[in-house]
Design a protein around this ligand. Structure first.
Ligand code: SF4
Length: 493
C-alpha cells in the first residue's frame, strides 16, 4: 500500500464514510474508550506535563542534530553486527529490501506491524516480485486478508465487525468456526505460527532507535513482533530517519509517553530491544540484521516551518480525540496517516495538489494539540498549511478566496457585521417555519454542522431565525479566532 491509497476526491471519500453506520459507530466507541483509558493513566502521573515538555525537548534536540545522531546510531549498529543501509526515498528503500531478499533467494517473509512499510508500499513491491508476504499482527492480518486499508495507525482494523471478519476468514482461509474473537484469534495464531517457522526473512519496524548503542526497539501488544524479529535467520528493520533517541534515559521518557498515549496503558505487553544479530553462544536471534534508514521526504521538512511535525511518535492520540476523524474515520483521509497528524504530514510528503484538502479536515479546535504527548502544535500547523495554500501558493478556488475576503471584511467591521446579521435574519425569516425554527435540512453548514452539534459545541437551540449567531459561533470555532461582537458570552459556547 502506498502512502495515499485512495485518490478519489475528498468529498466522495467522506460521503462514503459518513454513510457507513457501523464504521462511524465503531470509531465513536473506540475514541471514547481510548480517551477514558488515556485520561486515567495520564492522571496517575502528576508530572505528566513536565514529562511532555521533556519529551518534546528530546525530540527537538535530536531533530536539530539529526545528522549527528543518525551517524552515531549507524556506527554503533554496525559495531553490534548489523548492516546499515540508507534510502533516500520509497523506491530506494524497497529496492534495497528486494536486493537483500533476492540474494538470499527468499520466498516468504513474516512482518510485524510497521506503518513505515505501508508508507513506502513494501508489500506490493515484494508481492510483485513473487515473494509471499505475511502480516502477523492480528489487525494487519485481517486487513491483508480482506484487502482493506488501515483506518487508524495503532488499531488499523477498527472498521471491521467481528461477523464480517468471520465471513472473510471463511471465504479466504476456509475458517469454519464462530465469530467469537478468542476462537478467531486462535485460528489466526495457528495460521501465522506455521509461517513464522517457514519464513526466510522477518520484517520489522522500529519505534525508537537508540543512538548510543545501535539498538532498535519494537513496542507491541501481541507477541508477533518478538517472533518475527527472532525466528527468521535474516532480519530487516525499517527505520524512519527521525525516530532516534540519544540514549536509554531518553528512551525511558519516550516510552512513558508512547504507551499511555497510544493505548491508555502504563506499559505495553511486549517490548523488544534488538542490538545486532545473535552473538556466539546465544540460543536464538537472527544470523544477520539489516537496518534500512529511510528519509522519504523527512529531510525536506527538517529546518522548515513544519519541523515540529517530525517529533511525532505515531501514538495515534491526536486521532483519538479529533471530532473530524470521529465522523469521517481514517478512510476519509485516504492516507495511511489519518487524523490530525496525517492531515499535517501527508501534504508535506505528497504536496498540496494531491493532499491539499486534508488540512481542511479540521475544526481547529486544538484538542489534538492538547492530547499530543510531544506537544506538536497540530492545529497551528494545519493553519499554516491553509495559509500557504491560500496566500502563497494560491491553490484554493477563486470563488472561495472572494467569499473569505468578503467574510473577513464583514467580521472585521462592526457596522458591516451588524448589517450582515440583519440581512441574515431577513433571509432566515424567509426559510423558517411558523414556529420560528429553521428545519435542519435548510440550515447551512452540511456535515460540519453535525460535527459541531455532536461535539456539543452547538445545540439545536441555535438553529433559530437568529441563524447568524449559530454561524458566527461555528466560524469562531473553525477559525480559532474570537470575533468581538455584542453576543452574550454564554451563547458563544
Ligand atoms: S501527532 Fe502527536 S498525538 Fe498524533 S500521532 Fe503524532 S505524537 Fe501522537
Amino acid at each position: 500500500m502506498a502512502l495515499i491509497y485512495d485518490n478519489r476526491p475528498y468529498k466522495t471519500r467522506i460521503k462514503e464514510c459518513l454513510a457507513d453506520d457501523f464504521k462511524v459507530a465503531a470509531i465513536k466507541k473506540a475514541q471514547d474508550v481510548f480517551y477514558d483509558k488515556r485520561n486515567t493513566v495520564v492522571a496517575d502521573v502528576p508530572e505528566w506535563l513536565d514529562f511532555r515538555a521533556e519529551a518534546a525537548e528530546i525530540r527537538d534536540h535530536v531533530l536539530n542534530h539529526l545528522d549527528y545522531y543518525v551517524n552515531q546510531f549507524a556506527e554503533n549498529a554496525e559495531k553490534a553486527g548489523s548492516k546499515v543501509h540508507f534510502a533516500f526515498d520509497d523506491k530506494e528503500a524497497t529496492q534495497i529490501a528486494l536486493d537483500i531478499l533476492r540474494q538470499r533467494e527468499a520466498k516468504m517473509i513474516v512482518k510485524s506491524k510497521t506503518i513505515l512499510t505501508e508508507e513506502i508500499g513494501l508489500n506490493e513491491v515484494l508481492e510483485e516480485a513473487g515473494i509471499e508476504v505475511n502480516e502477523t499482527d492480528l489487525a494487519e492480518f485481517i486487513l491483508q486478508t480482506a484487502v482493506s486499508p488501515p483506518s487508524h495507525i495503532v488499531v488499523p482494523g477498527l472498521h471491521f465487525e467481528r461477523n464480517k471478519i468471520r465471513e472473510i476468514f471463511a471465504e479466504k482461509l476456509g475458517y469454519t468456526g464462530t465469530e467469537n474473537p478468542t476462537e478467531m484469534t486462535h485460528f489466526v495464531r495457528g495460521y501465522v505460527r506455521e509461517r513464522f517457522l517457514k519464513a526466510d526473512v522477518g520484517v520489522n519496524g522500529c519505534n525508537f532507535a537508540v543512538a548510543e548503542s545501535g539498538t532498535c526497539t519494537i513496542v507491541s501488544n501481541e507477541g508477533n513482533g518478538r517472533m518475527a524479529s527472532s525466528i527468521p535467520k535474516t532480519q530487516l528493520i525499517f527505520l524512519g530517519a527521525e525516530r532516534i533517541v540519544p540514549d536509554f534515559k531518553a528512551l525511558d521518557v519516550m516510552m512513558e509517553m508512547l504507551n499511555r498515549s497510544a493505548v491508555g496503558a502504563k506499559i505495553s505487553n511486549y517490548f523488544s530491544m534488538m542490538t545486532g544479530p545473535a552473538r556466539a553462544g546465544e540460543a536464538d536471534g537472527p544470523e544477520e540484521t539489516h537496518i534500512i534508514i529511510i528519509d522519504n521526504g523527512r529531510s525536506g521538512i527538517l529546518g522548515g516551518t513544519f519541523q515540529e511535525m517530525l517529533r511525532c511518535i505515531r501514538c495515534g492520540a491526536c486521532m483519538n480525540i479529533c471530532p473530524v476523524y470521529r465522523h469521517i474515520s481514517g478512510h476519509g483521509y485516504g492516507s495511511v496517516y489519518p487524523g490530525p497528524m496525517g492531515a499535517v504530514l501527508t501534504p508535506l510528503f505528497k504536496g498540496y495538489e494531491v493532499a491539499g484538502d486534508l488540512p481542511y479536515a479540521s475544526t481547529l479546535c486544538g484538542a489534538c494539540t492538547e492530547n499530543c504527548p510531544v506537544a506538536i502544535p497540530l492545529h497551528e500547523l494545519l493553519m499554516e498549511h491553509r495559509h500557504i495554500m491560500a496566500d502563497i501558493e494560491k491553490t484554493r478556488p477563486k470563488a472561495e478566496e472572494a467569499i473569505f475576503t468578503a467574510a473577513a471584511k464583514m467580521f472585521g467591521n462592526a457596522t458591516l457585521f451588524d448589517l450582515g446579521t440583519k440581512a441574515g435574519a431577513i433571509g432566515m425569516n424567509l426559510i423558517s417555519n411558523k414556529d420560528c425554527t429553521v428545519p435542519c435540512h435548510k440550515a447551512q453548514g452540511g456535515q460540519w454542522k453535525n460535527v459541531f452539534l455532536d461535539q456539543g459545541y452547538m445545540t439545536d437551540e441555535y438553529l433559530t431565525p437568529d441563524y447568524f449567531r449559530w454561524l458566527y459561533t461555528a466560524f469562531t470555532r473553525a477559525t480559532g479566532t474570537l470575533y468581538l461582537v455584542n453576543y452574550p458570552e454564554e451563547q458563544i459556547v
